[in-house]
Design a protein around this ligand. Structure first.
Ligand SMILES: [Fe+2]
Ligand SMILES: [Fe+2]
Length: 205
């Protein structure tokens, strides 16, 4: 019962963070990517009761708000369609801008410096750093990718990367599944991708 109450309190807190971040969600399909990734972050946290649920939720909600500061044309041309796009200038910039915007937002919500630092450590480098710094970081990094395995994720990502659904599903198998941190994430990814490929006729289209 105590755990149920704690979980429902955390849900209320996460709703407040979503509301505070709402204006940063209207770019680059953040308003679709973030809620779906949040759902996976909570599912993964259910598997790891030692993880700080509030921290995971807040970090996944805020991790991409930095895209708000960047010109939309640059986001796609440099951040998605260029060579070595994961190390492009705009990738680093969306991380540092995310940290800059998250600090006052969390302060206004009443969070202390220690919690804000933990969130910002996860945001900073979430795309460009090749390793995770904590269990919470691993969960956020995996949830950030798991949304792509859904039909919605494939649909959105095909536009971003200028690929067909079949090409993008092949890329998920080859490039994304191997870099997931947690075994539960790999299981979820494979299960969702099987359904997505079937629904989208990805072997043909
Ligand atoms: Fe990102
Ligand atoms: Fe993301």
């Amino acid at each position: 019962m105590a755990t149920e109450t704690a979980t429902s309190n955390t849900m209320k807190v996460h709703k407040l963070v979503f509301k505070a971040a709402e204006k940063y969600m209207r770019v680059r399909k953040n308003d679709v990517h973030i809620p779906i990734s949040f759902y996976y972050a909570m599912r993964l946290t259910d598997e790891y009761p030692d993880a700080d649920r509030e921290l995971v939720g807040v970090a996944i909600i805020l991790h991409d708000i930095g895209w708000y500061s960047i010109d939309e044309d640059d986001i796609f041309k440099k951040g998605f369609q260029s060579e070595n796009f994961m190390q492009s200038d705009v990738r680093y910039l969306h991380e540092s801008e995310g940290v800059r915007l998250a600090k006052p937002l969390l302060k206004d919500l009443g969070y202390d410096e220690e919690f804000i630092d933990k969130v910002c450590t996860i945001i900073d480098g979430h795309d460009t750093r090749g390793f995770a710094k904590s269990l919470e970081d691993e969960i956020v990094r995996d949830a950030d990718k798991l949304w792509r395995f859904t039909q919605t994720g494939v649909s959105v990502a095909c536009d971003w990367f200028k690929q067909t659904p079949g090409q993008y599903c092949a890329r998920l198998h080859a490039d994304i599944i191997p870099v997931l941190h947690l075994k539960e994430s790999k299981q979820m990814a494979l299960k969702d991708l099987e359904m997505t490929e079937r629904m989208l006729q990805a072997d043909i289209l």
